[in-house]
Unconditional design. Structure first.
Lengths: 1052, 473
């Protein structure tokens, strides 16, 4: 709230004229200049001594004034120190991040009372054999970014009635008024409806039932913005359980995904990613890996990681399920396209050979398709192995048709009171505009959403919920697993726990904490046998943040599933689809749009397109040519097109995307918010209204799309504008067969290289005990981007906004490079110059490469810095002395990896000049930057310098963490152990692709990786001697289909 | 005095004696500034002030107001820096190397060329200074004793070498120029009628009275400074080229750079001298002193250095192919065929193809053509630096970070401002100081004046026809 006033002293608040006068002055006291000048000595004819004296005074005064470059800010120590707070030392609290279906058990780092960083949970409560264990140990980009949302000044600061603030003293009256209104409605037999997304919190679910009991005639409608509810519906039909199964990708040796983006957005992507890579990690000891087939319309993150991928139209994703089903039964399969048919044949053979160790998943939200997929898995004996219903998932259990029905009732005036908790139908429902109109027909509307979003602003009452870091809550993502959310900071604003409002309305005394505790005591405590007293159980649960119990689930696995009806329905509907189709999808960073006001997520490049701050219409190069749509990648400029789906036309920028099916276009939901907050508003276009409804479920694609050019151009912002790796040594990949034939290939080359490195006239950098190093496994990296956001949070990396990204001014220390290559009949095309040889852009291979400072031992940046601002530490770090840097940018020019970032403008408001603060720079959008206000700045990591304008910065290998680890070891009187020091990117990575440690320590994990033949150094022939080794990507594909990219060997 | 053959073409045209020379050259200084001078001055000064304003703008908001980015850390700034430094080279070459080689024709142009050097170095220095992200910390570049350890600059860094190279170059050039000016300033002082001029030139001329001792010291100092300057002609641009040559960027990391840069510097420097001289001799009516033969001599140097530069371009291409280094090969292919192809081909046209026309004597002696060519060459040499700096770095090793660069209005204005500064300084110089070294021209009058040569020839014809011809060199 802009009008809030901060003051440092009473004088300032009261605007005492004396104080104001004094504040403007440079020196608090008048300087006795006049006295000096009028003293007798001065008035006499000036002597040389006087001159020198005055000169001396003048010079020293000027020096004093001039050398105060950083304004002095006083930190006031505690008078009475809280017991658990040690200034400068972080406390860690177990908690859980929940956003829709994205659940991450986390540890929250709290420094001096403020949460500043999210780390994955390291609980010891989950066993090595637990099916839930992969939920732990990784985070998503959204979980990493959630800490910034806590300090978002555009969160509501107080409850409102009709948009007006409710003062604290009036709160009790307002509550009573609200309650009596609701009771009146209920007494008349009016309908009270509570609208939420899927609620995964068991205590909240219990509370909702209590609430519904208190108001007869009330009901609970839950639906998810981007729904996969058909999965639960199909399982209810055949297994008697309304839930998605618990997937265990780690058990699967063959994975077939029909349009399910399980690594990016589908159900529980962070957990699945961690499961998935278990079978993807290869080493000379283990030269097998799972085989992943993907059949999909758009190029998803999962498709980009697939071993074999075929592009089909979205309607054919469903047909692919039919085809696979038929193939597995040895029947005649419907044909999709040549490539997909061949792929499905191979997949079917592979699946047959891996019964019980395979997994077929589908991203469809059509019950019939999910029935067929369930039948396939059942046929393969996968239930109980790779899909488990005993530990089924609790996400995506909404009901799309209930939401539609609610709207109809609302429009008919049959709903009398509406309560929203986490649901924002005005924005995220396909008929949001109708919702907006109809909401006023309810007598009473109450929003418990944590933001003044599109729905809340239309409600009479808005009691904003706390941020999750300010609240108690629990979450049960899968049957038998309970996660705890605990507050780590006192609420920043006058928000209130949503559940407490429901309790108040239901007439339940006490606070939500005690309610939840009671729930746990009655329902969860009896399920476990470890603890005998509830208090120890509870304390343990709060400390660890997670409890695993055995909880029964009622389901039956049918021995035969006759899905002939579904097969017929799917085949029929797939035939009907014609013309151009459009796919709606969620972006890995933005998801369903809830976090639209989070600049870290807005500026996180989409893993595939590398576009930031926008959604756009993806179309294939062939279709773009047909429609004469032109995208100039280098200039980041493209055509604006008008897209008509059904009766609704929207104007979107076009993005030419290889890998996309030629008759399909795709666009992400989650953009075009109008009430997200100042940085998220009006970014992109809201395409939820295009989401079709098949009578049961919201669908993710539609056909009959018309596209026309507007003739206007649009400026997109991308962090990468060259898509091919030009066959250069930066990327190295091989096929599994080749790897199996010689897992030690490349060893001689590396040894030869190291011998050459040693041949130098110059002395080595002395490294007595430690040489920090990193290894990045390209085979494990799925490109999700969690590491980039984690790095941003840990290292105070500023957000720069769309215009600055367009100007190639992004500041990220860690980026993920994404390269395409195109396997064609004639060989794999890797060079842009050969793109004219590509006949089929749908056939694309993708490789991701996290790129950060390589901490070279022979760093090109170090010797060119004129002032020694960047230099080499005795631990092998290439380090920056920010206050020595004068900003010649020579180091950045000379960095072959281009990982150095220059503070072009005052992005952080850290320099001392008030005149160039971002809001005064004509080209900067202050709302994007977010680092200018005192509240948002609370997210800054106090261990890391905020860099000023004009200095160079780059990855430091999280030197603050290394120092902390060393100090900790020293305090404990032991040598540093492998794994003590972990970088922010490493901890965030859900797939453990990043390893970090001491290269001089025999047997350390990172040393093993560096010694592994699969590892290579990027641009090693430049003799930069990098500290980061990359592990070659291994593709599990037949050599016949995977032509090795033709590498040109550079001469040395 | 070194006798000279009377069959060599005269260096000073017309019927001149010492007084006439003084009158001709001092006229520009003593007369009131003309209307055209005022107009030129006003325009230059306005552009210069605009340049100062954008320097302020840059300091105020940051380098982010320029078009530079993550990948292209240097653009117009360093292009302009190298360009200006290159231009300065002609002055030093003329005054130092040609002095040592006893090239008498240098006397007609050396003063202006040296002044040009000084102003060009000032313009050049603006760019590396104000391209710093924190210019207020620029003093960190200097190796001064301090309480931080002491912490010294990095003597391995070519930028550090630049600091020394350019500051040395500037101070030596300034001294050399000023030493040469002293006798002429004394001449103006002696002729001055106005009080301010008497005082002004009196102070500037350091009490010169033209005694034998003064002349002796003046001559020795000139020779010493010429000796110091000579290696500087070669070293300064060599060191500037090290900024690139010692890096790892493909297209920068090239051993050919030092000679290639020096040749290019002399090439562009002579072009700029010609641009200025062609105008000055016309405006100040000094055709007798800056003769068509002077212009031809300089054009000969241009065709020589232009060919060296062209050879260097071809050698680079050959070496890129011969090295079989894919990065190097890509960098050069990208120069010629990439998105900045136009800059490469502009450079080739202006620097390699067009100067070859100077093999034709008529074109070498054509003032208008020379003026046109001098501009073309300066444009070409600017493009050369742009090609080297921007097209090399915008697509270097890792393709994911390739990017494009185009300047903003701030960078363009900064460049214009440096041109404004240069011409303002030159105009002020041309008004206050003699643009031709009077004393030095008088030095060669006896041997190289047209009238004197004629008389010499007559004397030889009457008395000793054979001996004189063989006795000269």
């Amino acid at each position: 709230m802009e009008s809030k006033k901060y003051w440092k002293g009473i004088e300032e608040l009261t605007e005492d004229p004396d104080f104001i006068a004094r504040r403007e002055r440079e020196f608090p006291e008048e300087l006795p200049v006049d006295e000096i000048f009028q003293s007798s000595a001065v008035q006499q004819p000036q002597s040389r001594r006087d001159f020198l004296r005055l000169m001396g005074f003048g010079v020293s005064a000027a020096t004093l004034a001039a050398s105060c470059r950083i304004p002095v800010k006083h930190a006031i120590p505690y008078v009475i120190k809280p017991e658990e707070v040690i200034p400068g030392k972080a406390s860690w609290y177990a908690s859980t991040f929940v956003d829709g279906n994205d659940v991450c058990p986390v540890l929250v780092k709290v420094r001096d009372g403020r949460p500043i960083k999210i780390e994955p949970s390291t609980t010891s409560n989950i066993g090595n054999q637990s099916p839930h264990r992969f939920l732990f140990g990784g985070t998503s980009a959204r979980a990493q970014a959630s800490v910034l949302s806590l300090y978002d000044l555009t969160r509501p600061h107080f409850p409102t009635v009709q948009g007006k603030e409710v003062r604290p003293e009036n709160m009790a009256d307002t509550e009573a008024e609200l309650k009596s209104k609701l009771q009146q409605i209920a007494a008349r037999g009016g309908k009270v409806v509570l609208v939420t997304p899927t609620v995964m919190s068991p205590s909240t679910q219990a509370l909702i039932s209590d609430f519904l009991k208190a108001y007869p005639g009330s009901r609970h409608v839950s639906y998810d913005a981007f729904s996969y509810a058909a999965l639960a519906a199909a399982h209810e039909k055949w297994f008697g359980l309304y839930a998605a199964p618990g997937y265990q990708f780690e058990q699967a040796e063959v994975i077939v995904s029909l349009g399910a983006d399980f690594l990016g957005t589908w159900l529980s992507p962070t957990e699945f990613a961690r499961q998935y890579v278990q079978n993807r990690k290869v080493s000379p000891q283990r030269t097998v890996m799972s085989k992943h087939y993907q059949v999909e319309a758009l190029l998803s993150l999962t498709g980009a990681n697939a071993d074999e991928r075929a592009a089909v139209q979205p309607a054919q994703e469903a047909l692919a399920a039919v085809a696979l089903y038929r193939l597995l039964r040895g029947e005649e399969a419907p044909s999709l396209n040549a490539r997909a048919d061949a792929l499905l044949k191979r997949a079917a053979t592979d699946l047959q050979a891996h019964k019980g160790k395979s997994l077929v998943v589908s991203g469809s939200n059509d019950v019939a398709v999910q029935e067929i997929v369930a039948a396939i898995n059942q046929m393969l004996g996968n239930y109980g192995n790779t899909l488990r219903l005993d530990v089924h998932a609790h996400c995506q259990r909404g009901n799309d048709s209930q939401a539609e029905a609610l709207l109809e009732e609302l429009k008919a005036g049959a709903v009398h009171a509406l309560i929203f908790y986490g649901a924002n139908p005005v924005y995220e429902h396909r008929r949001g505009a109708e919702f907006a109109e109809a909401i006023s027909k309810a007598e009473l509307t109450l929003s418990l959403n944590d933001r003044a979003d599109e729905t809340s602003v239309l409600c009479m009452y808005h009691f904003p919920d706390h941020h999750y870091l300010e609240s108690w809550n629990d979450c049960s993502p899968r049957n038998g697993l309970y996660l705890m959310t605990q507050p780590v900071i006192w609420p920043l604003f006058r928000t209130r726990q949503a559940q407490e409002t429901l309790m108040m309305l239901a007439g339940i005394e006490g606070d939500y904490y005690s309610y939840m505790k009671r729930y746990w005591q009655q329902n969860i405590f009896p399920l476990q046998s470890v603890h005998t007293s509830f208090q120890t159980f509870w304390d343990h649960a709060v400390k660890e943040g997670a409890v695993e119990v055995v909880r029964q689930a009622a389901f039956t696995v049918p021995s035969v599933m006759d899905v002939s009806q579904a097969l017929a329905a799917v085949t029929d509907s797939a035939r009907k689809a014609s013309g151009l189709s459009i796919c709606l999808y969620e972006k890995v960073a933005m998801g369903n749009g809830r976090y639209a006001n989070n600049p870290w997520l807005m500026e996180m490049p989409d893993p595939i397109s590398k576009v930031v701050w926008d959604n756009y219409l993806c179309l294939s190069p062939k279709l773009a040519e047909e429609l004469q749509v032109k995208m100039d990648v280098a200039e980041q400029r493209t055509d604006l097109v008008t897209v008509t789906v059904g009766e609704m036309s929207l104007t979107l920028p076009a993005f030419v995307q290889p890998g996309l099916e030629d008759n399909t276009v795709a666009v992400a939901v989650g953009y075009g918010r109008t009430h997200a907050g100042r940085s998220g508003n009006n970014v992109g276009v809201n395409v939820y209204p295009w989401m079709p409804f098949n009578g049961q479920h919201h669908q993710h694609f539609a056909s009959g799309v018309a596209i026309s050019k507007t003739g206007k151009r649009y400026e997109l912002a991308m962090t990468q504008t060259h898509f091919s790796h030009e066959g250069r040594d930066a990327i190295s990949e091989t096929s599994l067969k080749r790897y199996q034939s010689n897992p030690h290939a490349g060893k001689e080359k590396k040894e030869h290289l190291k011998k050459i490195w040693a041949e130098t006239l110059y002395p080595d950098h002395p490294q007595p005990a430690i040489r920090w190093g990193m290894s990045i496994d390209l085979n494990s990296c799925i490109g999700c981007g969690a590491c980039t956001v984690s790095c941003q949070a840990e290292n105070n990396v500023p957000v720069v906004g769309k215009t600055e990204v367009r100007r190639v001014h992004e500041m990220t220390w860690l980026r993920i490079d994404r390269y395409y290559s195109f396997p064609q009949d004639s060989g794999t095309v890797v060079k842009e110059a050969d793109y004219d040889q590509i006949q089929d852009y749908q056939n694309v291979q993708v490789v991701f490469q996290p790129m950060l400072c390589q901490h070279c031992d022979n760093a090109p940046c170090e010797n060119v810095c004129p002032v020694n601002a960047t230099n080499h530490s005795t631990e092998g770090l290439n380090q920056m002395a920010y206050n020595r840097c004068i900003g010649t940018r020579y180091c950045a020019n000379n960095c072959p990896y281009k990982v150095r970032r220059f503070n072009w403008l005052d992005y952080t408001t850290a320099d001392v000049f008030p005149w160039n603060e971002p809001w005064k720079v004509p080209t900067l959008n202050i709302e994007d930057l977010k680092m200018h206000d005192a509240v948002t700045r609370m997210v800054l990591n106090p261990d890391v310098t905020v860099r000023t304008r004009g200095v160079m910065e780059k990855c430091s290998f999280c030197v603050q963490r290394l120092q902390e680890a060393k100090l900790e070891a020293k305090i404990q009187g032991r040598p540093l152990r492998d794994g003590d020091a972990r970088t922010a990117c490493q901890t965030a990575c859900p797939t453990d692709a990043i390893q970090f440690g001491n290269l001089m320590e025999e047997g350390s994990r990172v040393r093993q990786d560096h010694d592994d033949a699969r590892s290579y150094y990027v641009l090693a022939e430049l003799n930069t001697q990098p500290g980061i080794a990359y592990m070659k990507k291994v593709r599990h594909m037949d050599d016949g289909t995977a032509a090795e990219p033709a590498h040109t060997q550079p001469a040395h | 005095m070194h006798p000279e053959s009377y069959i060599r073409p005269p260096l000073i045209h017309g019927h001149k004696d010492y007084l006439q020379i003084t009158e001709d050259i001092c006229r520009a200084v003593e007369a009131r500034p003309s209307r055209s001078w005022w107009i030129a001055f006003a325009v230059s000064a306005a552009v210069m002030l605009w340049g100062f304003f954008v320097i302020g703008w840059t300091i105020w908001f940051g380098i982010g107001t320029w078009g530079l980015n993550r990948t292209v850390g240097w653009g117009w700034d360093i292009t302009n820096f190298v360009w200006w430094i290159g231009i300065g080279h002609a002055g030093t070459l003329i005054s130092a190397i040609l002095l040592l080689f006893r090239q008498k024709w240098r006397t007609g142009v050396n003063r202006a060329a040296e002044a040009m050097t000084i102003f060009a170095v000032i313009c050049a220095a603006l760019f590396p200074v104000f391209h710093m992200g924190r210019v207020w910390m620029a003093f960190y570049n200097l190796p001064y004793p301090n309480t931080r350890g002491p912490l010294w600059p990095n003597f391995n860094s070519p930028l550090m070498w630049d600091v020394f190279a350019i500051s040395t170059y500037f101070s030596v050039s300034l001294m050399f120029w000023y030493t040469g000016l002293i006798p002429d300033l004394a001449t103006i002082r002696d002729r001055a009628k106005k009080q301010w001029a008497k005082v002004f030139y009196g102070i500037l001329s350091f009490g010169w009275v033209g005694s034998a001792k003064h002349w002796q010291r003046h001559e020795s100092l000139s020779l010493v400074l010429a000796g110091i300057s000579t290696p500087l002609v070669l070293s300064v641009h060599t060191i500037v080229s090290f900024d690139f040559a010692t890096s790892v960027v493909p297209g920068w990391h090239t051993t050919i750079f030092p000679p290639y840069f020096v040749a290019g510097a002399i090439f562009s420097g002579f072009a700029m001298v010609l641009t200025l001289m062609v105008i000055t001799r016309k405006v100040l009516n000094l055709q007798d002193y800056i003769t068509i033969d002077h212009i031809e001599s300089m054009n000969k140097i241009i065709v020589l250095t232009g060919s060296i530069v062209g050879m260097a371009y071809l050698t680079e291409l050959f070496v890129a192919w011969y090295s079989q280094n894919p990065y190097e090969q890509y960098a050069f292919a990208n120069r010629a065929l990439g998105p900045y192809w136009w800059s490469y081909w502009s450079m080739m046209m202006c620097n390699v193809i067009s100067p070859q026309l100077f093999w034709v004597r008529r074109l070498r002696r054509n003032v208008w053509f020379t003026f046109f060519m001098s501009i073309i060459i300066n444009v070409g040499m600017w493009f050369e630096r742009f090609v080297i700096i921007v097209t090399s770095v915008h697509r270097d090793y890792v393709p994911s970070n390739w990017s494009m660069y185009s300047p903003t209005w701030v960078e363009i204005s900064f460049f214009l401002g440096s041109l404004g500064l240069f011409f303002t300084a030159f105009l002020v110089f041309a008004k206050l100081m003699p643009v031709i070294a009077m004393a030095e021209v008088k030095h060669i009058l006896k041997t190289s004046g047209e009238e004197q040569k004629r008389r010499q020839l007559e004397a030889v014809r009457h008395h000793q026809p054979a001996a004189a011809v063989t006795g000269s060199h």
